[in-house]
Design a protein around this ligand. Structure first.
Ligand code: FE
Ligand code: FE
Ligand code: ZN
Length: 282
């Protein structure tokens, strides 16, 4: 038993269609104490209203049952680095609106894919992402904004730790920016967490700083190392394997962070994976 052993914060992505109280109840039903959800339709734009009564009921339930750290995931269509102005405008407005709404949810964080430069080049992409963050991430806000480590598929920015560092350095509200470490994505991007997790985390610390790391997406990978495909696999069924995942949840630099499963599962599958992870937690 690790003496500094904090609570194991483990959960999965769950559907937000029933509102916040329903999400917390679902989380509890699968043995989770944290959860991730889409802030709105992942492929569309319009956000459903968040009902004050639901939020109030959620807050009471979550406090009573020890459920916390809800991680709002931005829609996939949000691309701050897009070439088209209307796409960038959607990104700015969505980001700002999501962050304002999340201020109502205690302990909430926000996760976004930094963006794809769609042929404009990494430098221009990073400039556009910083512009968007400067518009939407107000220094007086409190919700942490996490840039997700990406697989480096297509023109995705964020497949290299250096790119995340440059985004953080270019944004005014840099103090609110953190990073979400996706195990499938980093491996797929060419960071070998299977053979050298310590080395990858030292590299992350050198380039970005471990203090920026606020959450982990726990996924196995369908494809081999450095293939840039971004296809998640169920735990123990992919190219990482369960021992690597177990090393991640127990690593001293990571173990106190919240872990969110995004494996291709329905709720019973998530429940089984959470149970498996609890059995491997040291
Ligand atoms: Fe993601
Ligand atoms: Fe992810
Ligand atoms: Zn992914």
């Amino acid at each position: 038993m690790n003496p500094a052993s904090a609570q194991f914060k483990i959960g999965s992505h769950i559907s937000s269609s029933g509102g916040f109280l329903a999400m917390a109840k679902t989380a509890e039903s699968i043995g989770a104490n944290v959860f991730q959800f889409f802030t709105r339709n992942p492929r569309g734009g319009a956000a459903k209203a968040w009902l004050p009564a639901d939020i109030e009921a959620y807050i009471a339930f979550a406090a009573e049952r020890g459920i916390g750290t809800p991680l709002g995931h931005a829609p996939y269509t949000l691309n701050p680095a897009a070439e088209k102005e209307n796409v960038r405008e959607f990104a700015r407005e969505t980001l700002r609106d999501d962050l304002l709404r999340l201020e109502q949810i205690p302990g909430a964080m926000y996760n976004l894919h930094p963006g794809s430069h769609v042929g404009q080049g990494v430098d221009r992409g990073i400039e556009l992402i910083a512009e968007c963050l400067n518009f939407a991430v107000e220094p007086k806000g409190t919700v942490p904004v996490l840039l997700e480590t990406m697989a480096g598929k297509g023109s995705e920015i964020g497949g290299r730790f250096e790119e995340l560092r440059r985004i953080i350095d270019s944004a005014d509200a840099g103090e609110r920016l953190g990073v979400c470490f996706d195990t499938c994505h980093v491996y797929d991007a060419g960071y070998d967490i299977a053979r050298d997790l310590d080395g990858v985390l030292s590299e992350f610390d050198r380039v970005v700083g471990l203090a920026r790391l606020r959450a982990v997406h726990l996924n196995d990978s369908k494809y081999p190392f450095a293939s840039h495909h971004d296809r998640h696999e169920k735990l123990a069924e992919g190219t990482l394997g369960i021992d690597v995942i177990a090393a991640v949840i127990n690593h001293p630099a990571l173990r106190e962070l919240p872990f969110y499963l995004e494996t291709p599962n329905e709720l019973p599958g998530y429940a089984r994976e959470i149970e498996l992870l609890r059995s491997r937690r040291q």
